[in-house]
Ligand binder design. Structure first.
Ligand SMILES: C[S@@+](CC[C@H](N)C(=O)[O-])C[C@H]1O[C@@H](n2cnc3c(N)ncnc32)[C@H](O)[C@@H]1O
Length: 267
């Protein structure tokens, strides 16, 4: 039974696992402090951090969660006793929430495509005017670059962070071929697009592929920067340079085959 429960806990999303690790570690550390097994609050904080790391490891959280657990409670304790006004924490929280509100649910944070990726995308696409959809358009980097490199294309970006939607609309306000939509890209209609560009994370790629298969016309491209579709071979993998620790690679897919193939098969 214990094994069954543990297996279910391991299958939880990252945020509930982190909460669980923190709560379990606090419960144990406080109990040990009350039982006078631990001599001081400083030792209690060290024990709490250590236990949280071990629980996170046991729950198979990603390694960076271990680092977060190692410093989270000691830093929170230090911050609560420092002279910094609580108002600043509220300001920081509101700013982070405006930019990263959806990240806990989507597991896709904000980082940007590099120039080489945009150049490679613009050059490899067919020369004729296309309708291009940028899934999670962030600060508008892709929309601005493509509007410059391929001014004849119709460009649509979808973004779920309110602050980023505002920033993106402001940046593209003078670009007539660009439209920025607010909302979840999985809830939008992808029919009619020739190209869907994604720079996301491993988490949504299976759902992105499923939707592309259902809605994109024959001949349309799904181009994913750095995160391949699981268990699907890309037609082309194109390295486009390093950004920090991440080597960006464009993975090119045609979810519904080449244009004409479907019609020929039907004949
Ligand atoms: C890695 S950034 C990429 C930004 C930009 N496309 C680029 O390549 O520079 C991913 C963006 O997708 C947004 N995002 C993640 N999941 C989303 C969803 N389901 N619907 C809309 N936007 C989403 C995030 O807020 C973030 O701004």
């Amino acid at each position: 039974m214990f094994r069954g429960v543990w297996r279910k806990l391991r299958a939880l999303a990252a945020a509930p696992k982190a909460l669980l690790a923190q709560c379990a570690a606090w419960a144990l550390a406080l109990a040990l402090l009350r039982a006078e097994v631990l001599p001081s609050v400083d030792v209690m904080l060290a024990v709490q951090a250590g236990v949280a790391v071990v629980v996170a490891w046991g729950l198979r959280s990603e390694w960076w969660w271990w680092a977060i657990h190692a410093v989270f409670s000691p830093l929170a304790w230090w911050a609560s006793r420092s002279a910094v006004s609580p108002g600043w924490y509220l300001v920081a929280f509101v700013l982070l929430a405006l930019f990263y509100r959806g990240t806990v649910r989507t597991q896709v944070p904000l980082y940007l495509s590099n120039r080489a990726a945009m150049q490679a995308l613009a050059e490899r696409l067919p020369a004729r005017p296309l309708r291009v959809l940028d899934l999670g358009c962030g600060t508008g980097t892709v929309l601005c670059a493509l509007a410059r490199l391929r001014p004849h294309d119709a460009l649509v970006g979808v973004e779920n962070s309110p602050a980023l939607v505002w920033l993106c609309r402001w940046r593209t306000r003078a670009l007539p071929g660009v439209q920025v939509r607010a909302g979840d890209f999985l809830a939008q209609d992808w029919r009619g697009f020739d190209v869907v560009y994604a720079f996301l994370s491993p988490a949504p790629m299976a759902a992105v592929w499923e939707k592309a298969r259902q809605e994109l016309p024959a001949g349309a491209w799904l181009v994913s920067n750095s995160f391949p579709v699981p268990d699907v071979a890309a037609q082309l993998s194109q390295p486009v340079g390093r950004e920090g620790a991440l080597q960006q690679v464009l993975y090119w897919y045609q979810p519904n085959g080449e244009a004409g193939t479907a019609a020929q098969k039907a004949e």
